[in-house]
Design a protein around this ligand. Structure first.
Ligand code: HGY
Ligand code: MN
Ligand code: MN
Length: 408
């Protein structure tokens, strides 16, 4: 199995990789995304899996007829800008290699199996993370999704259309969700918990509540060299104070807040900006703390904007509630994975996943693979091959158990 994992990994690795940074730029419906989706379809077909895109563009590779009570596994292939190689692909390559292992064992599943590749998990191009699984489960309206735009103003609908799919069909697919008996996602841990405990794999207990808020600071464009300081309405100042406030409010609440993306208009060296658009990513162990962090940052942003004669408009672009994976399935997965690896720890994560969205609709679990540095959403993201193989073997064992064994 490790051979097929390594072969698949080597095939996928160069696709969408940005050489100057070593990071990945696989953005939904873009050229790299088309390449990796085609790679997946070929790899699945080579295993006798029938690949079907659903109405939202998520890919489903079926082993057996797409029937009820299916065992579904998979992840995503899109990335953040200059993302790492493992976030998403580990779950897709691991699933393909796990199917190889089951077929090598001569498994005769009692239930259908599907490997999924969800679209726009990172929300890197159109702004809402887990867009494919949110559409599938009705967690976002088709109207809102279709109108989402990328940095060039191209809508999700047009981008889908250019990729050959019909945007008029997007929306909830209860007939497909009803077929899912259980969903298990293999993913690199985006943190160092397993590195600290020394375990190669772990099982997710929860996904922290988290969300994204857009803040538009509107001031008055003017000359950088002639406008007196007292006459300015410079949106860069409340923006800068908000970045610092996000850090201090999060620290005060033992939570996490990041402002990692900002756009300055007109972005000229010698011009006071007219507008600064920035995004807050906030996460916390519970809903009340998350709310307190968001309110604290917004209050600081409003206060500073007022002081500088700047108008601030804030919008919640996405929010994911606390997800607590069902204990019975969680413990069952840990026990199966523990057969090979000894006791497997359970751990929460601050990272969002399609599994977190699907958990609202079907029994869901996640297997984590050790990340020795904890680095993710960056070119240096890494997991040891032996740990990737251990995660894949554990996934194969979990799938075998969940699929059941038909008569000889
Ligand atoms: O942002 C996240 O937590 C995930 O990687 N989409
Ligand atoms: Mn990610
Ligand atoms: Mn991911």
């Amino acid at each position: 199995m490790s051979a097929t994992f390594d072969e698949l990994w080597a095939e996928l690795a160069p696709l969408g990789r940005h050489r100057p940074t070593g990071g990945y730029r696989r953005f939904s419906w873009g050229p790299a995304d088309v390449e990796v989706r085609s790679w997946f379809a070929q790899a699945a077909a080579a295993r006798g899996l029938e690949v079907q895109p659903d109405r939202n563009g998520n890919l489903w590779a079926w082993w057996g007829d797409p029937g009820p009570d299916a065992v579904v596994t998979g992840s995503h292939l899109d990335s953040v800008p200059d993302g790492g190689a493992f976030d998403g692909p580990l779950g897709v390559v691991g699933a393909l290699a796990a199917v190889d292992e089951l077929q090598r064992r001569g498994a005769r599943p009692l239930r259908p199996l599907a490997i999924t590749v969800f679209v726009e998990e990172e929300g890197a191009r159109f702004g809402v993370p887990c867009l494919g699984s949110r559409l599938l489960t009705g967690a976002i309206t088709p109207e809102r999704a279709a109108a989402l735009t990328d940095a060039d103003g191209l809508t999700w609908a047009r981008a889908m259309e250019k990729a050959g799919l019909d945007p008029d069909r997007i929306g909830p697919a209860p007939e497909l969700v009803d077929r899912i008996g259980v969903f298990v996602e293999l993913h690199i841990e985006q943190g160092r918990a397993l590195a600290r405990t020394g375990d190669p794999i772990g099982v997710a207990s929860a996904v922290w509540p988290h969300g994204r808020w857009r803040m538009d600071f509107s001031g008055r464009a003017d000359h950088a060299g002639t406008t007196l300081l007292g006459d300015r309405h410079d949106p860069m100042l409340p923006f800068a104070e908000t970045v610092l406030a996000a850090r201090s409010v999060a620290a005060a609440h033992d939570a996490i807040a990041t402002i990692g993306k900002a756009q300055v208009q007109p972005n000229g060296t010698n011009a006071i900006p007219s507008k600064v658009r920035a995004w807050l990513d906030a996460r916390a162990p519970d809903e009340a703390t998350l709310q307190a962090v968001v309110e604290g940052v917004d209050a600081a942003a409003q206060r500073s904007s007022g002081e500088h004669g700047v108008f601030l408009a804030s919008y919640q672009e996405s929010r994911t509630p606390l997800v607590e994976f069902e204990n019975g399935l969680r413990d069952r997965i840990a026990a199966i994975a523990g057969d090979r690896n000894g006791p497997v720890p359970t751990l929460p994560t601050g990272a969002g996943h399609d599994a977190g969205v699907l958990a609202s609709a079907v029994p869901t679990a996640m297997l984590f693979v050790r990340n020795p540095t904890g680095v993710s959403h960056a070119p240096d993201e890494y997991a040891e091959p032996a740990d990737c193989h251990a995660g894949t073997a554990a996934l194969a064992d979990v799938l075998a158990e969940l699929l059941g064994e038909g008569p000889g």
